[in-house]
Design a binder for this molecule. Structure first.
Ligand code: ADP
Length: 261
């Protein structure tokens, strides 16, 4: 538990620091992008300077993407949790997710019937799915299978095989597995740390799983990871069963996402 607390505190202070830097950085990037665009407009297209300006713009825009991600990570998100059925939400997201991954990856969804309800902000589930699916895609450069699967489960006292201290109780489980490159034990130990990435510079920010971790802890859930080098990886997200089930039986899914389609 102490380790857990230490981790959360570390994440929080890194998040705050990163957010502050990202904010100032973003302002300066706007100046760079603005000036480079203006200069581009003033330069004849056959001038070699045009190519250089295009390079500046491309790099600045890439940096801007990273700072935006940083800001999203560090900002304390205002959430609107509501009772949802993960199956309904996953079905809605399937199309968006399939567009995210490449054609040679087979996406399958195995919903469990009679799935319990969870209380969470649907946009947080989207973030979890996006991050896990992007990682699964990156782990399968030559194609493979991405499976999402849901289930109900009960956790007994003394269950410890997780990255976040598991409390006993009833949980809804969301599994995202891939048949990709897998991870070494060393890599597995660091995956939830902000900025930890094994991806080439400019491709990974190392914030995906830190974000997932933040969302899951915020919702009193926990995460399991199983990974085998060259075989693939399984992420299991456990979210507490919503106990007021009887009061809100018909709450399913959510309003479709804007701008993701
Ligand atoms: P990023 O994707 O930007 O690197 P993440 O926090 O999402 O940041 O992931 C951190 C690291 O965890 C990745 O760089 C990768 O090494 C490892 N990882 C995450 N998901 C997978 C996966 N499905 N298969 C193999 N490695 C993974």
């Amino acid at each position: 538990l102490e380790e857990q607390l230490h981790h959360s505190q570390k994440m929080e202070s890194i998040g705050r620091l990163a957010g502050g830097v990202a904010h100032d950085f973003n302002n300066m990037l706007s100046v760079i992008i603005g000036a480079a665009s203006l200069a581009q407009g003033l330069t004849p297209t056959d001038d070699p300077i045009t190519t250089l300006l295009a390079q500046i713009l491309k790099a600045a825009e890439r940096s801007s993407t990273i700072t935006r991600q940083l800001l999203a990570f560090s900002r304390k998100q205002v959430t609107a949790p509501k009772p949802i059925n993960l199956n309904a939400l996953l079905l809605e997201s399937e199309k968006v997710l399939s567009r995210l991954i490449s054609e040679d990856i087979k996406l399958t969804f195995q919903p469990s019937l009679g799935l319990w309800t969870v209380l969470i902000d649907p946009s947080q589930v989207d973030q979890i799915l996006m991050n896990l699916c992007v990682n699964a895609r990156d782990a399968m450069p030559h194609g493979g299978t991405l499976t999402m699967h849901t289930g109900n489960t009960h956790i007994d006292e003394g269950y410890t095989h997780t990255h976040i201290d598991a409390r006993p109780g009833d949980y809804v489980m969301l599994t995202v597995s891939d048949t990709g490159i897998g991870m070494t034990r060393e890599v597995q130990e660091h995956i939830f740390e902000p900025f930890f990435t094994t991806k080439p510079i400019g491709e990974g920010t190392g914030l995906g799983l830190a974000t997932v971790y933040g969302i899951v802890t915020q919702n009193n859930g926990f995460i399991n990871v199983y990974s085998e080098l060259g075989q693939g990886t399984v992420f299991r997200i456990y979210l507490p069963r919503y106990l007021a089930d009887a009061k809100a039986p018909e709450s399913q899914g959510r309003i479709p996402l804007e701008g993701t389609g």
